[in-house]
Design a protein around this ligand. Structure first.
Ligand code: NAP
Length: 294
């Protein structure tokens, strides 16, 4: 039976540590860290994500500033909000919840965020620094969360064959870049046009899947004893939340696996808090947060 990589438990441990850390700062007279969360429109899934992120902020003592804007807001107006937040010294991190409405150019918005406040790590400057191994970058939250989770369970990436399925800017690409830092792992990235997906996934010591298709990865597609990280979040017609892998079938074949829910999701939120505190620390003359020191 596979070991369950319990993201919920590890995330809670991180949140407890952050809460204690923030208390130390405020007891010295420093202000609380702060995160501006911008939501455009009323997408129900985005509303849930934003609510969870804000709740997590509250739990640890991060002040969350919520800016909820109308779906039809013109791009120039949204850019003005970003500009204001960039200039506001009391704002440490800025998060714009994705996806944005179709009339807004997402890349324009991401690029407008001050790279030092880009808590999601999506700004080209941060991605470029991640790619070139520069230490002063902000690492995107889901890859950072997966990294921390693997390390917490002492799962080594060094000299391992890692297969990343999915090549999005949010998960797949930055995850592969993170694994390539310090020439840790040998990384294969698979995507929609990969000729024989199963051929690659079967080679993986560590298989990370971020596609958004339930049961994409079946039992015959994984190697015996592999570690599987399932990033996917899919709502089935019966209301059940599942990942991208055939979780039940994989349980008896792999050595470790993340559940959905309760795996990568809570780690993504915990990493958002870590990134916010890390930005805050550097603003106040401290080192970046050790969990981000990769
Ligand atoms: P995305 O932007 O839609 O990217 C999915 C990637 O998978 C794309 O590169 C896509 O290629 C590729 N793909 C599509 N079909 C494929 C196939 N049959 N085989 C291999 N690759 C295929 O999604 P995302 O933002 O990365 O998110 C992926 C999943 O993770 C979603 O379910 C999302 O909800 C979930 N997610 C979870 C967390 C968390 O914290 N747990 C965080 C972020 C995302 P094309 O671009 O060509 O379609």
């Amino acid at each position: 039976m596979a070991l369950l990589l319990d993201g919920k438990k590890v995330a809670q441990k991180i949140k407890n540590q952050l809460k204690d850390e923030i208390k130390k700062y405020t007891s010295k007279g420093l202000r609380n860290p702060s995160l501006a969360v911008v939501l455009v429109g009323n997408d129900p899934a985005s509303e849930v994500y934003v609510r969870n992120k804000r709740k997590a902020c509250e739990e640890v003592g991060i002040n969350s500033i919520y800016i909820h804007l109308k779906e039809e807001i013109p791009e120039e107006e949204l850019l003005k909000y970003i500009e204001r937040l960039n200039k506001d010294d009391e704002v440490d991190g800025i998060l714009v919840q994705l996806p944005l409405p179709k009339h807004i150019n997402t890349q324009n918005i991401i690029t407008a965020i001050d790279p030092h406040k880009d808590v999601d790590g999506f700004h080209p400057e941060n991605i470029g620094k991640l790619a070139t191994g520069m230490k002063d970058c902000i690492i995107p939250c889901t890859p950072l969360g997966i990294w921390i989770l693997l390390k917490e369970y002492e799962i080594q990436t060094y000299k391992k064959d890692v297969v990343m399925v999915g090549a999005s800017n949010i998960v797949g690409k930055p995850m592969s870049l993170l694994l390539l830092r310090n020439e840790e792992a040998t990384v294969t990235v698979c995507h929609r046009n990969t000729k024989d997906l199963a051929h690659h996934t079967r080679q993986a010591d560590i298989l990370i899947v971020a596609v958004g298709k339930p049961h994409l990865i079946t039992e015959d597609m994984v190697k015996e004893g592999a570690v599987v990280v399932d990033v996917g979040i899919n709502r089935l017609e019966n209301g059940k939340l599942v990942g991208d892998t055939d979780f039940e079938a994989l349980l008896n074949k792999v050595s470790a696996i993340t559940p959905v829910p309760g795996g990568v999701g809570p780690m993504t939120v915990a990493s958002l808090l870590v990134n916010t505190v890390s930005i805050y620390r550097q603003k106040h003359g401290f080192e970046k947060h050790p969990l981000t020191d990769i």
